[in-house]
Design a protein around this ligand. Structure first.
Ligand code: CU
Length: 442
């Protein structure tokens, strides 16, 4: 249907009583097809840091030798990886991410970053990029995020169009967030799976309304930051090494479609932030709106929802080889559908167990500063290493952890277990229970 613009009596009377001479534009025919284009960035300013991400397609080899088509973002240095190269910036910076779509339409959604609609990269609420576009955004809060294409998202994400996005505090890596706890070693653990059937589809599959199964996820290969199990056990993309007493910051990203259960071979994790927001901080001190965040907590088992991120600290005190494991749980039945593991190798002399510190009210920085951090490999400037690896040497196979005696008496810290996802049967059981009547308040 052609749009009418001008004096067309068929367009009907104007609803406006103001000084308009033209009747309103006739309604467009309903379409769920998004706009495409290569517009100029509104209000473009000089950035503090800039990245380029170009669409590419390639073959990805799976652990059994099967090859599937995969797509990703090539960075400004021509690096191609699965997942796509990390974007790493500092809090406060104005960032430009220039997307070159080159084939088909794509976007970049910086997941968890608060931008205006135009720079949000959600194609169906703004536009899809069929040429190039520079996303302009501010890194407002240090933490763990990720970026991905938001066109036919379940497919383009599955195909590999995503990467880690890390915002460091203003003075760079070494602390999880401004005034937050220090860390010595960093692990970026972005875990997901590959459903090979999806990799046979074309970019627009399902967009015409045909059911091509995009609502189902049947992953058969599982990876941590692109290293498939069992390579993930030793791959430097996932495995880390530390000395006893050092603090490891695990940046966990659920890059799959199912809930994940993370365990650390008996090590307790102190969970300090979620979705780029530190625990224990108060968002506003204006009384009606003072909603304190949850406090950080310790756990040996962490459940992570799809696209959620958690930052957690691990402080192994005894030398050994610890296995971090991620299990993918079917989101209906809760059954484990697959898993991947990596290794935390701790070598050196055993250190006394640190005692839990009291929580401050504000800021979430609950830790005595440990030894000055040996900063993880230079993550500062442009993009991080391919696949957002930590830059540490690959862990070596060895004996199971030998947890040496700790010199301090061990007080078991309070453990909070996250609830398992509810199964349909559990929901039914729960709803059948008779409710206890509450005494009426006078
Ligand atoms: Cu895409």
């Amino acid at each position: 249907m052609a749009t009418t613009h001008g004096h067309d009596p068929a367009a009907g009377a104007s609803l406006f009583t103001g000084p308009f001479t033209d009747p309103p534009e006739a309604p467009r025919e309903f379409s769920d097809m998004p706009h495409e284009g290569s517009p100029e960035t509104p209000g473009k300013v000089r950035p503090d840091i800039a990245f380029e991400r170009d669409f590419f397609s390639d073959k990805l080899e799976l652990p059994d030798g099967k090859e599937v088509e995969f797509w990703g973002f090539e960075d400004e240095r021509g690096r191609r990886s699965f997942p796509s190269p990390a974007i790493r910036v500092r809090e406060g910076q104005i960032v430009h991410t220039t997307l070159k779509a080159s084939k088909g339409s794509h976007t970049i959604h910086h997941h968890g970053i608060e931008t205006d609609d135009f720079n949000d990269g959600v194609g169906h609420t703004s536009f899809e990029v069929n040429g190039h576009y520079t996303y302009q955004w501010r890194a407002a809060q240090a933490g763990t995020y990720f970026y991905h294409c938001h066109v036919n998202t379940t497919l383009h994400f599955e195909m590999g169009m995503w990467g880690a996005l890390i915002i460091d505090p203003p003075d760079g890596p070494g602390r999880a967030f401004r005034d937050g706890p220090r860390y010595d070693v960093e692990a970026i653990w972005a875990a997901g799976g590959v459903d090979p059937d999806k990799h046979e589809l074309n970019q627009a599959a399902g967009l015409d309304g045909e059911d091509v199964g995009l609502n189902l996820w049947n992953p058969r290969y599982f990876h941590i930051t692109g290293a498939f199990h069992p390579d993930s056990l030793t791959s430097p993309r996932a495995a880390v090494t530390a000395a006893p007493g050092q603090t490891i910051l695990g940046r966990i990203i659920n890059a799959g479609y199912f809930p994940q259960r993370w365990t650390f071979d008996g090590l307790e994790a102190e969970v300090i932030a979620s979705d780029g927001r530190p625990f224990g901080s108060i968002e506003s001190d204006d009384p009606p709106f003072a909603i304190p965040n949850p406090q950080s907590f310790r756990t040996s088992e962490l459940l992570v929802g799809s696209a959620e991120r958690y930052d957690c600290l691990l402080r192994p005190t005894a030398p050994g080889r610890y296995v971090a494991r991620v299990e993918h749980l079917d989101w209906i039945t809760g059954d484990v559908v697959g898993m991947a593991e990596t290794t935390i190798t701790v070598s050196g002399e055993a250190q006394p167990e640190p005692q839990p510190q009291p929580q401050p009210d504000v800021g979430g920085g609950s830790h005595p500063p440990s030894a000055p951090p040996a900063h993880p490999a230079d993550h500062g400037a442009r993009a991080g290493s391919p696949g957002a690896a930590s830059g540490h040497t690959a862990a070596t196979h060895g004996a199971r952890p030998t947890r040496g005696p700790s010199s301090a008496p061990r007080k078991r810290p309070k453990r909070r277990r996250l609830r398992k996802p509810k199964t349909a049967a559990a929901v039914r059981r729960r709803t059948r229970k008779p409710r206890r009547r509450r005494p009426r308040k006078r």
